[in-house]
Design a protein around this ligand. Structure first.
Ligand SMILES: C[S@@+](CC[C@H](N)C(=O)[O-])C[C@H]1O[C@@H](n2cnc3c(N)ncnc32)[C@H](O)[C@@H]1O
Length: 454
């Protein structure tokens, strides 16, 4: 193993320790760490893979380690536990790293950070793993929810819930799609760039593969291209980094130039700016968020993309009394949610959320929905979206709203606003789509388009 690869493992170890100790989110911490230190691209990729993989596979790795660590993995010092998880992750999931190299590098890290005893322990555990026949039922033919949880590395409650909601076949697909590395996707800014030209440019310069999105006319999907913020054109505002499913939300709103709209949970502005682009930067959008710190992110994005029709304001979406002067042509509520559709990008979500969290967030969304809906003018549009798969936050929320608010109807015309493939696979009711992570390899998302009767 070369010196650079050691660097990648050490970076991964530091991030994993900080994630556990400080409760930090791995994607944010990794981004900050990679910005601070200089690692060659190949090592950045390895560090990223090790961090995400180890967090993604947490329960499975601990189950394996518990067989070989006396007293169980939880009894170890946090850094030793993380180091062993890293080691077993490489042995169990990364075919391309030879087992001898994985053991050697892990033991070396133990030596550098600890003392001989720890290195001996690490060596012993990893070699015991390699000697084992690994004839574990969950590995060959998982049957029970507990075995599915180990095979797909999810908490048991989530496995049960997905099975209950989607049936076993689809649940299996979702759980496995959650372990696939997500591609990077970009939304081209039509105010400054042209998709075909940018595609050619990115295919040439990014070092990876670039193709047009099948879901959004503004989207580009990249594979193996490295950090998107460092791609040429980002600073100049030629594109925004955004998941393809997210791009469908502004398509579902489908605003026209000159309209007046509100985006009531807007930070960091991914969808606000998309709406402004679709409006050709003509009209007016008021973008709200509750966190003043995050409002700056909207402002930065608006500026970078050359947009001038967005006004940014702080407000609590549960109470928008007096927030604007007149009802809007469209209101977007891209609500905070349990995030069960974005597990591929944020694997920490699996281990942080509890089923009880869902009731709390659903209650918050309900209040926001009632408050946001008051600002839709007669004939205007209300779009509600989340990046979760949980029905209590999605279709159940909308059905209940429609029951209580007969002045709104689901828009049956939603199908004409989205790509035919989306409607074919993801339409679940009039005016509602639910994209599952295995449909297109994009985030899990729910979008509802409602219209206030004239
Ligand atoms: C799903 S994110 C929005 C993402 C954004 N629409 C985009 O595309 O970039 C939800 C946002 O709601 C904000 N939020 C949470 N509670 C809120 C509240 N009570 N009122 C307004 N915004 C809130 C969060 O700060 C977060 O930025």
């Amino acid at each position: 193993m070369n010196r650079e690869a050691k660097g990648a493992r050490e970076v991964a170890l530091d991030v994993l320790i900080a994630v556990e100790e400080r409760g930090a989110y791995s994607n944010l911490l990794l981004g900050r760490t990679l910005d601070r230190i200089s690692l060659p691209p190949r090592d950045r990729r390895l560090a990223t893979e090790l961090i995400y993989g180890t967090i993604q596979r947490l329960n499975t790795l601990d189950w394996i380690l518990d067989r070989f660590v006396k007293g169980g993995v939880r009894t170890l010092q946090p850094w030793v536990r993380q180091l062993l998880r890293l080691g077993v992750y490489q042995l169990h999931y990364l075919d391309r790293i030879p087992p001898r190299a994985a053991v050697h590098e892990t033991v070396n890290l133990a030596k550098r950070r600890g003392h001989k005893g720890i290195a001996g322990l690490v060596n012993g555990v990893l070699r015991a793993y390699l000697r084992d026949d690994r004839n574990w039922p969950w590995l060959t033919a998982p049957r029970t929810a507990e075995e599915w949880a180990l095979a797909t590395s999810h908490p048991v409650w989530m496995v049960r819930r997905f099975q209950e909601v989607f049936g076993k076949e689809t649940a299996w697909k979702i759980l496995n799609a959650n372990n696939e590395p997500p591609p990077v996707s970009l939304r081209v800014n039509p105010l400054k760039a042209d998709r075909d030209r940018l595609l050619l440019e990115l295919a040439r310069s990014s070092g990876g593969e670039a193709r047009p999105s099948l879901l959004s006319p503004q989207g580009i999907v990249l594979r193996g291209a490295g950090s998107p913020a460092s791609l040429p054109g980002f600073r100049e505002g030629l594109f925004t980094v955004q998941d393809e499913s997210s791009m469908l939300v502004a398509e579902a709103v489908s605003p026209r130039p000159g309209q007046f709209g509100m985006d009531v949970c807007a930070a960091p502005g991914g969808k606000t700016t998309h709406l402004a682009e679709k409006m050709e930067n003509r009209g007016r959008i008021v973008a709200f968020d509750i966190h003043p710190r995050k409002l700056r992110l909207i402002e930065e994005n608006v500026r970078r993309l050359g947009i001038s029709i967005v006004e940014v304001r702080q407000a609590d979406a549960r109470d928008l009394t007096g927030a604007v002067e007149r009802p809007a042509d469209f209101v977007l509520l891209d609500a905070p949610c349990s995030g069960l559709g974005v597990i591929r990008r944020k694997p920490d979500i699996k281990w942080r959320k509890e089923t009880s969290d869902i009731d709390g967030v659903a209650a918050l969304q309900w209040q926001m929905l009632l408050s946001a809906s008051r600002w839709v003018r007669p004939g205007g549009t209300l779009v509600y979206s989340t990046c979760t798969l949980e029905p209590r936050e999605n279709e159940e929320q909308i059905r209940r709203f429609l029951e209580k608010h007969p002045e709104f109807i689901p828009d049956e015309g939603l199908g004409e606003l989205l790509a035919p493939a989306v409607i074919r696979k993801a339409s679940i009711a009039p005016g509602m789509v639910r994209i599952l992570p295995h449909h297109f390899g994009s985030d899990g998302f729910f979008i509802a388009r409602l219209v206030r009767k004239k």
